[in-house]
Design a protein around this ligand. Structure first.
Ligand code: GDP
Ligand code: MG
Length: 311
């Protein structure tokens, strides 16, 4: 997979995609947030409305584990549900490791069994780790029985671990196991990028689109948008601060407009669309900055996300 002659692509000892799958409500998102740590502010669009999978990127020296949080696999009752299940199945195809999350306080439900079937059908060859979650609530008498019941759903040699995503117990151990199964490979994302790439990128594109729609030839192609912060303040409100880069002062003047009117218009239009996408209120703060010749500056280009997609 890796080109040995391409020295620009660093090789990490462990790198790859980890699909986090399971029925709804077992703690997939909680687990991913716990692994990525408090630094992350994952934008959590409601699974019913989003078509995006959520990425959580865990980077350490020599390690990059990219977690793909998926909508819960359930028996779809409508088209959208089918689509969500498809998102989860697609994540399986990409995965180097599959993390099958279950709630160990109940015996496997039909939905858990359905997930296991999908795993077996998809035959990706990726190793499965069974994450038996919510041990903090377990009755000691039931632990062995339930662990055995879940282990029957996966391959005999599949790795497994009990944990509490909520309290963090068992999570470092689980993480060690996950990382140990990731092959050597490239660094897919800058090591300071931890939040949901897809939503951020799309919001940046929305802002750029509004700039393009509201200006004429003088500006458009010199514009780049960088999301500097994307924080979920509450489940219903996210704070987004973005920079709009232009190459010349004159372009900045156009974008800001008289008394800031143009920037306000761009901001309002972008916010409305971004809110619909993320299904939250968004507090959008836009700054116009002059970055001379950014289009020829490799470091800047990389930072702005204009890099070759290696996935
Ligand atoms: P998902 O649908 O699989 O992504 O599940 P969520 O991460 O949204 O969690 C569903 C519910 O389970 C939430 O109320 C979580 O707070 C709760 N939860 C997640 N992990 C744990 C855990 O380890 N212990 C307990 N007691 N609750 C948990
Ligand atoms: Mg979730």
């Amino acid at each position: 997979m890796q080109d040995p002659h391409d020295s620009s692509e660093p090789t990490l000892a462990h790198s790859g995609y980890v699909a986090v799958i399971g029925r709804p409500n077992v703690g997939k998102s909680t687990l991913m947030n716990r692994i990525i740590g408090d630094k992350i502010a994952i934008v959590s669009p409601k699974p019913q409305t989003t078509r995006l999978r959520q990425l959580g990127i865990y980077s350490q020296p020599d390690i990059q584990a990219i977690f793909i949080d998926t909508p819960g696999i359930h028996e779809p009752r409508h088209k959208l549900g089918q689509f969500m299940v498809q998102v989860a199945i697609d994540a399986l195809r990409e995965a180097d490791v599959i993390l099958f999350v279950v709630d160990m306080n109940t015996l496997p439900t039909d939905e858990d069994k359905r997930v296991a079937e999908l795993l077996n059908e998809s035959k990706t060859g990726a190793p499965v780790i069974l994450a038996l979650n919510k041990i903090d609530r377990s009755k000691p008498d039931h632990i062995m029985r339930n662990v055995e019941a879940y282990r029957k759903l996966v391959a005999e040699d599949a790795d497994w671990a009990t944990l509490s995503a909520q309290l963090g117990d068992g999570v470092p151990d689980l993480l060690t196991r996950i990382v140990g199964k990731l092959p050597a490979g490239p660094q897919f994302y800058p090591d300071d990028q931890i939040s949901d790439t897809a939503v951020r990128d799309i919001v940046a594109e929305i802002i750029r689109e509004k700039v393009l729609l509201n200006t004429k030839e003088e500006v458009p192609h010199a514009v780049a948008v960088e999301i500097e912060e994307f924080t979920e303040r509450t489940p219903k409100l996210s704070y987004v601060r973005a920079n709009i880069y232009v190459e010349r002062d004159s372009q900045k003047g156009i974008l800001v407009g008289k008394d800031g009117a143009m920037l306000k218009k761009i901001s309002t239009e972008a916010r409305i669309e971004a809110e619909a996408l993320a299904d939250t209120k968004i507090y959008l703060e836009l700054w116009v900055k002059v970055l001379k010749d950014w289009r020829t500056d490799e470091a800047v280009l990389r930072r702005l996300g204009y890099r070759i997609d290696r996935s």
